[in-house]
Design a protein around this ligand. Structure first.
Ligand code: NAD
Length: 479
């Protein structure tokens, strides 16, 4: 069984805890990928120390020299792209085509971030005194902790590692314990790109590692992607020292379908948004809010499309839907469907574990109708291939229902009416908006942004990301 360790101060080292945990393929649980480090607070201590030691030298290089390492990492990742895609599919479960897409998104983030090196500028302003210049510039905040989930094991870490390094912040990266292999490969690419020791450190493990990072006084900022409960725990734990945080959290995203929508366009947007990656995306469509005048027809078309989808391993080109990530997720999906039925929802299709695939964590793609807008399944994240259809009485009611949740990640509307498109863009309480297209997907140069409890702090991607990894200075020079 291969054993995988941490990367601290430029060396691959076993965890001080001496503990490991197995990593299993969700498509076939007999495939054990390896034993990965189960680290603890002592390992975090060493990693933060290594990062602090690297800080001044890394800062002194300046962004344009630092970007050369990112450019080399881009080249190495591009060269090893297929190996990365296969690793992602093997440990996270998504379809190989989706994993290849994730590699491309990660390359795009590296590409965008590298180019930003020449744009990390401030402004020169008028001064109040004569013979004086006044201006602003950015400084890196210091050592950062990067805590990531399992659903995008390459792209989300890349959203954090690339800007942290370019900004001049040495990093301690703590990936999800469910996807340690991709984290190891990502770290290898940066190590092979010639980063000085300590600039990027990898500490594998679960909650104790995350907690130790958040608690460490020398960590100036935490960039976290994951669930709302863990995000709020991090915010609480760092509040006493005003820890800088960037929290990318959950979603309960709606596609609003109005009575004038092209229903084929709407069905396509819904199916891609709800069942891609088996619904395990923060921006996944989990609610359809449909005008009751077209609801029956929409549900019939959805049922025809969804019941024909094939659940199977990500490596099989015939699969339309991948497994969910582990047994907990599978049970959580089935339990959510059962509770929804108690609340009055009816199963249109799916609702069970896939019967003929006992070796992995496969959930049938599920559509529920007659879902009350305030039922638990319409309010809380399921994070699986489960879609709730909710009836609305016209545009205003649809927008009220779409906004009735505590989350605000993505919002989508399907209509041919221009004025209702603009009204919806204005009224959605969500960060990433889509019209007549799937409500998922992100560009490296657009902010990955949420509203309400979906996000806190400066967003990732886009030039807005510098507001997390850097802080402003203002300066005046008299001569
Ligand atoms: P999670 O919150 O359970 O775990 C996320 C990470 O936090 C893991 O690395 C975990 O080990 C670590 N962690 C757990 N407890 C901690 C603690 N007390 N202190 C510090 N770190 C701790 O989330 P998950 O199950 O890995 O991922 C699914 C969640 O992520 C969903 O809610 C999903 O919506 C969200 N997500 C959000 C985005 C986004 O960009 N907003 C993207 C992807 C996933």
């Amino acid at each position: 069984m291969p054993e995988f360790v941490n990367f601290i101060g430029g060396r691959w080292v076993a965890p001080e805890t001496g503990l490991t945990r197995p990593n299993v393929n969700p498509a076939d649980t007999s495939d054990v990928i390896g034993e990965f480090a189960e680290s603890g607070g002592v390992d975090v201590e060493s990693a933060v120390e290594a990062a602090r030691a690297a800080q001044q030298g890394w800062h002194d290089l300046g962004p344009i020299r630092r970007a050369e390492h990112l450019r080399e990492a881009w080249r190495l990742l591009d060269q090893r792209g297929e190996e990365f895609a296969r690793a992602i599919t093997r440990e996270q479960g998504k379809l190989l085509s989706e994993a290849r897409g994730e590699v491309q998104r990660s390359l795009a983030v590296l590409d965008f971030t590298t180019g930003e090196a020449r744009r990390l500028n401030g402004v020169t302003t008028p001064a109040e005194e004569p013979r004086t210049w006044a201006f602003t510039f950015r400084r890196p905040i210091g050592v950062v902790g990067l805590i990531t989930p399992w659903n995008f094991p390459l792209a989300i870490p890349m959203w954090k590692v690339a800007p942290a390094l370019l900004a001049g912040c040495p990093a301690v990266f703590k990936p999800s314990p469910l996807t340690p292999l991709t984290a190891e490969l990502l770290t290898q690419v940066f190590a092979d790109a010639g980063l000085p020791p300590g600039v990027l450190n990898l500490v594998q493990g679960d909650r104790p590692v995350g907690e130790a990072l958040v608690a460490h006084d020398a960590v100036a900022g935490i960039s976290f992607t994951g669930s709302v409960p863990v995000g709020t725990a991090i915010q609480r734990a760092g509040a006493h020292r005003l820890l800088k945080t960037q929290l990318e959290l959950g979603g309960k995203n709606a596609v609003v379908v109005l009575d004038d929508a092209d229903l084929e366009v709407a069905v396509d947007a819904i199916v891609k948004g709800a069942f891609g990656q088996a619904g395990q995306r923060c921006s996944a469509t989990s609610r359809v809010v449909a005008d009751s005048r077209i609801l029956d027809e929409l549900v019939d078309r959805l049922a025809a499309r969804v019941s024909a989808m094939r659940v199977g391993p990500g490596t099989d080109p015939a699969s339309d839907i991948c497994p969910v990530v582990n047994e907990d997720r599978l049970q959580a999906c089935l339990a959510a469907v059962a509770r929804a039925q108690d609340d009055g929802a009816k199963v249109v299709c799916g609702g069970n574990a896939a019967p003929d695939l006992p070796d992995g964590y496969y959930v049938e793609p599920t559509v529920l109708r007659d879902v009350p807008w305030d039922a638990e399944i319409a309010q809380e994240e399921v994070f699986g291939p489960v879609l709730s259809v909710i009836a609305a009485d016209g545009f205003d009611d649809a927008m009220r229902i779409a906004n009735s949740v505590r989350y605000g990640m993505s919002g989508t509307i399907c209509t041919r009416d221009q004025s209702r498109i603009f009204a919806a863009l204005d009224r959605f309480e969500a960060g990433m908006l889509h019209v007549n297209r799937p409500g998922v997907g992100a560009y490296a140069h657009l902010p990955h942004v949420g509203s309400k409890q979906s996000q806190h702090g400066p967003p990732e991607c886009s030039p807005q990301v510098w507001d997390f990894y850097t802080e402003w200075r203002s300066a005046c020079i008299s001569y």
